[in-house]
Ligand binder design. Structure first.
Ligand SMILES: [Zn+2]
Length: 493
């Protein structure tokens, strides 16, 4: 899987005191119903889940602070080629100043998006303060706060793909690949091994034949990592979009997932053995899973027999989109999600269990190295057509993770009304923070942390801001301007 494409290069803005975010092209794109639906999804987070993920973001940032994602040798290796062995323009890599320096989650919500030109604090009815104009890191692997937004967005896209493809008569299959792992594997080896094995699998003639027999036109792929008693459990989900009208489609083959599995499993096993060795051959039972995917909008009479039976027995039809994308909402069964590891680290720290805290700290570091600059989701072109799979099903151009988080606005917006809005003078911020004896980012975090019980305007006054009333917002919410006293006096004179 390509890991070092230009789009995957992390923006450095979040790490720098002064940085400009490029305006994403998508801001000029026409609004589509899918965008509206995504906003609805983003607005559906509960305040509790946003607070939990903020806590997780801070835990992870603290765990990784001061650590470099890449060694010097690895930086050179990265500069030479991407994950697929293709050479990459070194220029692109050099342009990304964070490579080898630090993890971007450490800079999440710590710097001002100067390019956007404004910093706005909004106090909600509950007293909670939401700041607009602070950079988010967009790290889908390590930042729970950003992952929550990105996964909701990408989950909605997968859901739309499933609905639209089903409406047009396509058949959809989710294929899940994994392999036996041990406590001794590093997350990096596990991630790299899995993508190597998948690449080998895709090259196998019989594997491609099986795809042809299903009328395969393209796929969307998602990689996931959890942690259990046997170490890192990495697995890949793919949703195959298949056209039963295609010439190569073999009627009968697609009717039973176990027939498909019987065809694909030997190919996955052979590919995995060539990478991990015979001792790690994926078992028939656990190594590969095949199931047909249906849409919630399918009518029962149009469903394949198996789904109809499931629907009749009152079981919820299985959509597939949540499986692909909603890691922040998942609860591990035999293994923990990475987010649960962060929760455990907080608990052990609070309980003073330093030994266990150290163990988990090590696991989080290993995970961050293993997932560094890896792609979480991948959409293929459409086989036999110039259009990509996204275009084929009317999804707008793919946004980078950074674009998604920085376009998203506040995740819980709309759930509770705004009480007051304050436009803050960005230029005055360093001076105010200094007067309060803290770095800018600490000051900003404190503003968001401690205001639940207090009036934002009082807090700002206490901190030394000079407030000026502005015209009310169109919806009647009072607006204020907060600046430095000296500047205002100077401006008046
Ligand atoms: Zn973040």
């Amino acid at each position: 899987m390509s890991t070092a494409t230009a789009t995957a290069v992390k923006s450095t803005s979040a790490q720098q005191g002064r940085a400009i975010f490029a305006v994403s092209e998508s801001e000029n794109a026409p609004m589509t119903s899918s965008v509206d639906r995504m906003n609805t999804v983003a607005a559906s987070f509960s305040t509790a889940s946003v607070n939990l993920n903020r806590q997780r973001r801070r835990v992870m940032a603290a765990a990784l602070r001061g650590l470099a994602p890449l060694t010097l040798e690895e930086r050179e290796e990265f500069a030479g080629r991407d994950g697929s062995g293709k050479s990459v323009e070194i220029r692109e890599i050099e342009g990304s100043q964070d490579v080898g320096r630090r993890y971007s989650v450490c800079g999440c919500m710590r710097s001002i998006a100067f390019g956007k030109g404004s910093l706005t604090a909004i106090q909600k009815a509950s007293g909670r303060v939401h700041m607009k104009g602070i950079n988010r890191c967009g790290s889908v692997w390590t930042c729970a706060e950003c992952a929550q937004i990105i996964e909701a967005h990408r989950g909605e896209e997968v859901k739309l793909l499933i609905e639209r493809a089903r409406e047009q008569g396509f058949r959809l299959f989710m294929i899940t690949y994994t392999f036996p792992h041990t406590i001794h594997d590093s997350c990096k080896d596990s991630m790299n091994g899995l993508s190597d094995a998948l690449r080998k699998c895709r090259q196998r003639r019989k594997y491609r034949n099986a795809q042809e027999m299903l009328g395969f036109v393209g796929l969307v792929r998602s990689t996931e990592v959890t942690h259990g008693s046997n170490g890192w459990h990495t697995h890949v989900h793919e949703i195959w979009v298949c056209n039963p009208e295609s010439d190569s489609f073999v009627p009968g083959f697609a009717e039973n997932s176990s027939t498909i599995k019987a065809e694909i499993y030997p190919q996955w096993k052979a590919a995995a053995v060539s990478v991990f060795g015979k001792a790690r051959a994926p078992s028939y039972e656990h190594g590969l899973d095949v199931r047909e995917v249906w849409s919630d909008t399918d009518y029962t009479n149009k469903l394949p027999d198996q789904a109809a039976a499931k629907a009749e027995s009152g079981k919820k039809r299985w959509g597939g989109d949540a499986e692909m994308t909603k890691s922040v909402n998942k609860r591990g069964k035999s293994s923990s999600t990475i987010w649960e590891l962060m929760d455990n680290l907080s608990l052990y720290r609070a309980a003073g269990n330093d030994d266990m805290a150290l163990v988990i700290q090590g696991q989080l570091e290993d995970y961050a190295r293993g997932t560094y600059r890896k792609r979480r989701m991948y959409w293929t072109p459409t086989r036999g057509e110039k259009l990509g799979l996204r275009d084929r099903f009317g999804l707008r151009a793919e946004q980078t993770d950074e674009e998604i988080v920085n376009d998203a606005g506040e995740p819980v917006e709309g759930q509770e009304p705004d009480q007051v809005e304050v436009s803050m003078d960005v230029e005055a911020l360093p001076e105010i923070a200094r007067r309060n004896g803290m770095p800018i980012w600490v000051y900003l975090e404190r503003l968001q942390d401690t205001l639940e019980e207090r009036n934002l305007l009082d807090v700002l006054k206490d901190d030394g801001w000079v407030l000026r009333r502005l015209a009310d917002r169109e919806d009647g919410v009072p607006r204020w301007y907060a600046g430095a006293g000296l500047r205002l006096v100077h401006n008046k004179s």
